[in-house]
Write a protein that binds this ligand. Sequence first.
Ligand SMILES: [Zn+2]
Length: 274
Amino acid sequence: MYNTQKIFVLVCLPLTALLFIPVILQDLFWQPQPFLSLPFNQGTKFKITEGRRYSEEEKAIHGYSLHYGIDYALERNSPILAPADGVAIASFHLAFASKLGGSAVWNADEARQYQGKFVGFGLGNFVQLWCQEQKVYVQLTHLERVAESIPFYKPTKRGNGWDPTVLYQSVEQIIKVGKPVKRGDVLGFAGDSGCSWGYLEEPGKSRPASKQYPSWDEVHVHLEVFQRGQGYGKKMRFDPYGLDDQAPAYQQPDSKKPGFLWLTDPDGNILHAK
Ligand SMILES: [Zn+2]
């Protein structure tokens, strides 16, 4: 008996552990395959204004250097489309850039000031897609409003901000409460919610007169791809262009071509285009 146990510990266990190495390696180096299309209609005028790293100008406003997403400046109310098939839910998020740096805060009096006004630094009205096939979430944020067909979940008031608690649910729950959408379905309309400057926004409402209630950023849609850890935490965040750089490094996708790409390699070559 003693010998059998010894053989098991010395031989079988290490062999079994070896079997798991490919699985672990695959997990560590996993990347989603190219699957996103542009989140707006072909022919829409747009400009990429921020890449995965913020421009110096934006860094000065809110004190962060990693942006994680892509910002497409568009005309207000341009339709925002699903860039992939998925399950969509919508909510509202308002937090503030912290004056101490680091993560965002929920109270305006702890917020960073820019030109004498606190910086609202939230997603605003947003849609989150769960893409089952790729096992990633895609967020499209700062919308003027969310399309009526997408279920909107009222967030929880937290300090002066709004916490979209619907996001904390499990994937199974999100599939149950969300709406299945197809690539190209309208999710909402471009705006600048969540980027408020010196005033408090409310969930589900459009921005009032922008002269009176300015935004610190132009009208744009922010697109972000990530996996989620426990709760609200974003576990892995992907750069849809694979460039990890500021906006000038990003190519302008040719909106005249059928727009399915668009992950590119670091040289800017399209990896997948149909
Ligand atoms: Zn952004």
